[in-house]
Design a protein around this ligand. Structure first.
Ligand SMILES: Cc1cc2nc3c(=O)[nH]c(=O)nc-3n(C[C@H](O)[C@H](O)[C@H](O)COP(=O)(O)OP(=O)(O)OC[C@H]3O[C@@H](n4cnc5c(N)ncnc54)[C@H](O)[C@@H]3O)c2cc1C
Length: 317
């Protein structure tokens, strides 16, 4: 495609080497080459380029296409054996800008099991999760508690008679609110809740909780769950809400690599309780990275547009 003459003029007058700057921004010559190779695969892919433009899609279509594209990407990444996280990102980035309704599963549910699970928990959940036989998200934020995580109100009370935790959302403000992939997609969550045992509160811990049936995807007894509805943007993602009414889970569902509960309810603390927040910190770093990409795209669009946009009368001379 011919480049707009005004844009070409601007490019010709650049005072720096464009290719060299690209190499600085994308981690060197080899990665720039690799990124272009991955982009080409996506831009020439018949399936990925077959969808109508996103700006004409309603909410359901945004979600459906988000799921379809990302299932396809998962397979493509496996087929091409792309193990590097940055390369996976570049591949998906070239395929459109929909949010990924499976993103919380991949970036938070799976890593939390890997990082906070015992060997037995990893053996039980990791493979099915990696094969998408179970799909999960990360349910931490509540209507009343976002930044103030210490204040979370959801409780997991240990019952030593049955060796189970009883999970409750005691107030409206304890309703889990915002988690991505919760509104429609997930049948499991990593739940962040206050652990109570022997009459004492031991602070926030991560639990694996099944919330929907694996047979027909309906909410399990005691679970109220759904989509929070349209947002200003990011509508391919099904951000959701979640409440618990006396939901029982086995003792072994507490992710127990660093802290655990003995059968009799004795609490064994982690050496460093901050470990519980590892996945969240990792994803915060991803979000900052994602914001820099969005800002970069906005800068490119505004710079190009200001170079080519002409309006009102332009008088010669
Ligand atoms: C698109 C989206 C996806 C999300 N996905 C997930 C998810 O998958 N899982 C999940 O658990 N959560 C998720 N969240 C929730 C997210 O983690 C919270 O929105 C975030 O932690 C902020 O909490 P809040 O919205 O309640 O804001 P608040 O905590 O109410 O904070 C509002 C503002 O006040 C400031 N503030 C708060 N307390 C203080 C203070 N003491 N002193 C000074 N300033 C203060 C904050 O910095 C902020 O600017 C998501 C949110 C969004 C928008």
């Amino acid at each position: 495609m011919a480049v707009n003459a005004d844009l070409q003029k601007e490019r010709n007058s650049a005072t720096f080497n464009i290719e060299k700057l690209t190499e600085v921004l994308y981690d060197g010559k080899a990665m720039v080459k690799r990124r272009r190779y991955l982009q080409k695969i996506v831009l020439e892919d018949k399936y990925l380029t077959s969808f109508p433009p996103w700006w004409n899609r309603d909410r359901n279509a945004q979600y459906d296409i988000g799921v379809k594209k990302n299932v396809y990407f998962t397979k493509l990444i496996q087929d091409l054996n792309i193990t590097d996280f940055a390369e996976q990102f570049y591949l998906k980035e070239a395929g459109g800008h929909e949010a990924n309704p499976l993103g919380l599963h991949e970036d938070m549910f799976v890593p939390t099991i890997e990082k906070l699970g015992t060997k037995e928990q990893i053996a039980k959940y990791l493979e099915p999760a990696k094969q998408y036989k179970i799909i999960g998200t990360y349910a931490q934020t509540e209507l009343g508690h976002g930044t103030f995580i210490r204040g979370l109100e959801t409780t997991a009370t240990y019952d030593q008679d049955t060796e189970q935790f009883v999970i409750n959302s005691p107030t409206v403000s304890s309703t889990k609110y915002w988690p991505g992939s919760l509104g429609k997609t997930s049948n499991h969550v990593v739940l962040m809740a206050q652990l109570l045992s022997q009459g004492k509160c031991h602070g926030i811990h991560a639990f694996i909780v099944q919330i929907r049936s694996e047979k027909d995807h309906t909410p399990l007894p005691g679970i109220s769950v759904g989509d929070i509805g349209n947002k200003i943007g990011y509508n391919a993602m099904d951000n959701g809400f979640l409440r618990f009414d006396n939901v029982r889970i086995p003792r072994r569902n507490l992710l127990a690599r660093y802290s655990r509960i003995e059968k009799d309810g004795t609490y064994i603390p982690a050496k460093n309780p901050r470990l519980a927040y590892g996945t969240m910190v990792f994803v915060r770093a991803l979000i900052v990275g994602g914001c820099s990409k969005s800002l970069a795209q906005a800068c490119v669009i505004t710079t190009r547009y200001s170079a080519v946009r002409r309006q009102t009368e332009i008088r010669p001379g």
